[in-house]
Unconditional design. Structure first.
Length: 439
């Protein structure tokens, strides 16, 4: 029966998605345009935080409108102007994340103007709305968090002048100045901590990106060194066959001999260029390998070596792996070797299963290991009993192993899937066959 590693067994999955409540949907839809306007430049602020800011501003507005009579003389001004007073008091709070310093300046100027224009009934603890004072504290803290040290000092001085002007008792004014200094100091320290965290996160992302690129380049260098031996072997055969053709084949005319000599010189030149490229790619401390490059035909020796290392390995090889040319056979061997090493390293003591199925279409390889203390899971199979090609999920490529396996599979024209399963970890590889590779 033909091997079909790309066949998938479709499974219908019904997912029940919980619908959000009507109130939540309405609030989200209503606040989304305002949230987009409030998103600051630079590091993105979570949308839920901006929605919370809009909700708090709305609540503060109604508190300011309802409690205006405790500070201002409503009988003299009427209730109508208090609606606009509440808007002027609470609107700057919306800019606490994106533009806190301009919002603080506007809110402080509003406190000066309202305190001078409106008749004040109660000036304790200050001659403006209590909500207005709380908003000033919040904007001062936000300005110190987002601004520079000079901007933080200016913001503290501005609010302190407001309190010295508005509070009648000088001792109370000095106390408020000290309290405002504490708020500014905490804000400055918090801002420095946040910026340090952002810088460290950005540097970490850059370092991880550079590390991933370096790992890929190192793995490709190893691939070039491995393939050099195979290419050099075939090029050497071309040179030998071209140079000995005139002795092995009788009756060659001079034109044919010249053609063979040209082929020999071209092959020698290509071999020299390949060796020069390998010398450039070779690492400084790397030692040349004299042993022949392995292939899937050496899987029995690899299985035996793995078992001697203490791994509970169950291996099953069916078909002739000679359908692969040497480069693909080498890639398959290295991938199996790395998969077995990863299984023994990251899941020590767990059973490991190796299955290799080969036919004229190619070679399919599966390496699975179970969880610690459990049995090795079986490879997913299709209806015809062959290994099914199943999506097994994503996996974080934090080490060299998986990156190297992917690079080798791509260089050999194969497909590789790795990832965790419900009861272990699986590596699946398919390498297409080459007609006449075993001849």
């Amino acid at each position: 029966m033909a091997l079909n590693p790309f066949r998938r067994k479709r499974r219908e999955r019904v997912r029940v998605k919980k619908e959000p409540g009507r109130v939540r949907t309405v609030l989200t839809t209503a606040t989304d345009p305002l949230v987009d306007l409030l998103q600051p430049a630079g590091p993105k602020v979570p949308r839920w935080l901006l929605r919370l800011l809009v909700l708090v501003t709305f609540v503060f507005f109604w508190i300011a409108f309802g409690s205006a009579e405790t500070t201002y003389d409503i009988d003299a001004t009427g209730r109508g102007p208090m609606f606009f007073v509440a808007i002027l008091v609470c609107a700057p709070l919306l800019l606490a994340v994106s533009r806190p310093l301009p919002a603080l300046v506007f809110s402080t100027a509003t406190a000066f103007v309202l305190g001078a224009l409106l008749p004040v009934l109660n000036s304790a603890p200050w001659p403006w709305l209590v909500v207005h004072g709380l908003i000033l504290f919040a904007l001062l803290f936000a300005s110190c968090v987002r601004g520079s040290l000079r901007e933080a000092a200016g913001a503290w001085l501005l609010v302190t002048l407001l309190f010295w002007w508005g509070v009648d008792d000088p001792a109370a004014g000095n106390g408020w100045a000290a309290g405002l200094a504490s708020i500014a100091l905490v804000g400055v320290l918090s801002g420095r901590l946040l910026r340090a965290g952002w810088a460290l996160r950005a540097q970490t992302e850059v370092s991880e990106s550079e590390r991933a690129r370096r790992v890929v380049l190192e793995e490709r260098t190893r691939l070039a060194r491995d393939l050099h031996d195979i290419v050099a072997h075939h090029m050497s055969l071309v040179v030998v066959q071209a140079e000995t053709a005139q002795y092995r084949v009788p009756g060659l005319d001079q034109a044919a001999r010249d053609e063979m000599q040209s082929i020999s010189e071209t092959a020698r030149s290509a071999l020299t260029e390949t060796r020069a490229l390998l010398a450039v790619l070779r690492q400084e401390n790397a030692q040349p390998e004299n042993a022949p490059q392995p292939g899937l035909h050496l899987l029995p020796e690899l299985v035996e070596t793995t078992r001697r290392a203490g791994v509970q390995l169950d291996a099953q090889v069916t078909g002739d792996v000679g359908v692969l040319r040497e480069g693909r056979s080498l890639a398959g061997y290295r991938i199996v070797q790395e998969a077995l090493a990863n299984a023994s390293r990251h899941a020590p003591g767990t059973p490991v299963r190796l299955e290799v199925h080969a036919d004229t279409s190619g070679v399919a390889v599966g390496v699975t290991n179970g969880l610690v203390g459990g049995a090795a899971p079986a490879l997913p199979r299709s209806d015809d009993g062959s290994t099914a090609w199943t999506d097994v999920g994503a996996v974080t490529e934090s080490g060299h192993g998986i990156i190297g396996m992917r690079e080798r599979a791509a260089a050999a024209g194969g497909r590789l899937q790795v990832g965790p399963t419900a009861d272990g970890f699986v590596v699946q590889l398919f390498l297409p066959g080459d007609p006449g590779a075993g001849r």
